[in-house]
Write a protein that binds this ligand. Structure first.
Ligand code: ADP
Ligand code: ZN
Length: 291
């Protein structure tokens, strides 16, 4: 099968062609500008490619309820011009193939579950810590949607006493994204997070917040694998610190095989930053199969 991929991000759109085995044959990058021009460029890319189906992993929040009149829309993003944008409908008008549509983080978890280290797991959480924070959740092969989709980066955390930063989330101020996203780090410490030394105190606080969130996910969802990706997680020193804090926060309350081997329980993404694209291939394959 010839499958199309659109990884729709706030700064760039990745368009690609691949197949159901996870192979990617070609790709291109399109800058995210206002919706109309951006979507026209995307349509032009796929127009003569003769794809059998398209998989779209999109920044959100998005409407995933197939019974809703705004299915396939980006809904309440603060990104100028993109709120209430009909992504799926606009593309489908020009490229008439089955379209699989989900969040960018659900695509990433699906990539890991189908082609990476998430194979044969019961419940996998993929958390990205970047410009925003979000989690994709896959339970026994199915992506968790519920009424919308999880927004697990916007959970409330207990702020550490020595942290007086007010928080950066435009909706909730000091939710997890408000305290621990890349822009929150930049606002708290006054420099680009990538320029902070590995020993900087920022990372201990960051690990503390990420660990609090993971502890909540562990209690609520009982995942058997947790994958961490996104720009901030390029700070590899965070991994051992996060594992240590999670152990401390769980306080021995839960005993499982997975928790005994933290190094293989809380892990970095495994598909060389292609987990999102590869997940979109599987979204496309599933859309074709459903059709
Ligand atoms: P996006 O979330 O926009 O898709 P990324 O996952 O790359 O993109 O996240 C970008 C965020 O990650 C920015 O806030 C940036 O400051 C931060 N970031 C990027 N690289 C690093 C790094 N090496 N160390 C710490 N933070 C980083
Ligand atoms: Zn928030």
């Amino acid at each position: 099968m010839k499958l199309g991929v659109l990884e729709a991000g706030g700064t760039k759109m990745v368009c690609a062609i691949g197949d159901e085995t996870g192979q990617i044959f070609e790709h291109t990058l399109i800058d995210t500008r206002e919706p109309e021009a951006t979507l026209q460029d995307i349509i032009a890319y796929f127009k003569d490619k003769e794809i059998d189906a398209l998989g779209i992993g999109c920044f959100g929040p998005i409407d995933l309820d197939e019974a809703s009149p705004t299915y396939g829309y980006i809904t309440s993003t603060p990104k100028p011009g993109w709120a209430d944008c009909d992504v799926v409908g606009t593309i489908q008008k020009e490229i008439n193939v089955p379209i699989g549509f989900d969040t960018d983080v659900n695509s990433s978890v699906l990539g890991e579950v189908t082609f990476g280290q998430g194979k044969n797991r019961k419940c996998v959480v993929y958390l990205t810590v970047g410009t925003g924070i979000g989690a994709g959740i896959c339970i026994e092969g199915a992506l968790l949607h519920g009424m919308l989709h999880p927004e697990a980066g916007h959970i409330m955390l207990r702020q550490r006493e020595d942290d007086t930063y007010g928080g950066k989330c435009p909706f909730h101020k000091n939710c997890m994204e408000g305290l621990a996203s890349g822009p929150a780090l930049e606002a708290r410490w006054g420099v680009k997070p990538a320029t902070l030394s590995k020993e900087h105190e920022a990372w201990d606080l960051e690990a503390y917040y990420i660990a609090q969130a993971l502890t909540t996910y562990i209690m609520v969802l009982s995942p058997d694998l947790i994958i961490l990706g996104g720009g901030v997680m390029k700070q590899e020193q965070l991994f051992p610190m996060i594992r240590e804090y999670v152990k401390e926060m769980l306080s021995g309350y839960i005993k499982t095989r997975e928790l005994e081997d933290m190094d293989s329980y809380i892990v970095p993404a495994s598909l060389e930053e292609k987990q999102g694209i590869m997940g979109c291939l599987e979204l496309a394959r599933r859309a074709a199969e459903k059709n």
